[in-house]
Design a protein around this ligand. Sequence first.
Ligand SMILES: [Zn+2]
Length: 354
Amino acid sequence: MPWDFIGNERAVAALDRALREGRPAHAYLFAGPERVGKGALALKLAQALNCTGDTAHGEPARPEPSRRVEPCGACQPCRRIAAGLHADVQTVTVEPSGEGPQHKAIGVGQIREVERAVILSPFEGRSRVVIFDPADVMTVEAQNAFLKTLEEPPPQVAFVLIATREERLLPTIRSRCRRVELRLLPLAVVEEALLEVGVEAERAPLLARLSRGRIGWALEMARDPSQLDRRREALHFVRALATMTVAERLKLAERLAVDFRRDREGALSLLVEWQGWWRDVLLIQAGAQDGVANQDRLAELGQDAQRCARAGVLAFLRALLAARRHLEENIQPRLALEVVLLEAPEAAITAHLP
Ligand SMILES: [Zn+2]
């Protein structure tokens, strides 16, 4: 496995080749679905650019600008980068807390800080690496400010822009980045990786299916099984919704809005679980049981497929997508949740009436 990286061999090979040929890009755009390893690969690239391969104890000599390209993972720079301690490798992200749209974006102020940092030569390694994760939340002003840096990139600096929605980046930014696309992994690869980290043989196939190829999600579930309780709770709600009254739905929306303020990712992942569930319901209605992710819940999926009309399911899936967008941008979270919960499909309890 090149670079000791699971999956997306083509992306890794492209990076490896460019480094071997001594022509790394000044800026990369790592594009692809959520949780497929874009952030992990950005760190691997930072390691590759700074690896000394020197595993001897004590302070390594000032690294020569050698042509070593495969990150060894064991030398001091590699270890410091993996631990987030390397002085030349920096991740720019949204503020972890706070409310309001200004906290869900990367703003001009953060770009100015990056500009100031990258004028200086690397402090402990060969290359300064600045990772924007996620880059697609940069405001337009921030992108315009960043464009100036991209037009005249300082030497010994590499930028990595991580994006699930690259269309949100200005074309002028995108055209100055070397695009590397990461994809969902085959389920067999995810399953193998899960077995490798010690997941039991009975559980691995289900987890792999639930991941839909998102290796990052799968490994996180393997590390922290309590996350699966979340899934159980999410699925409990999604099924209960079908028989809830309007008042009960509004009450649940209020509770979820409070949760969202406390734990944004958790609340968003709830909506993702719901999407997955109703997508499975659609598959069952279409007779495509093989594609179902929630293989351990086929009986309940079958019930929902029978009791809910397809049009209602489709409308709810659309509402879920819209709600996720609103929540991600922090636009009136409570209202977004109310709307989506009111759109949840109703069980056709009147189906037997004349
Ligand atoms: Zn190394």
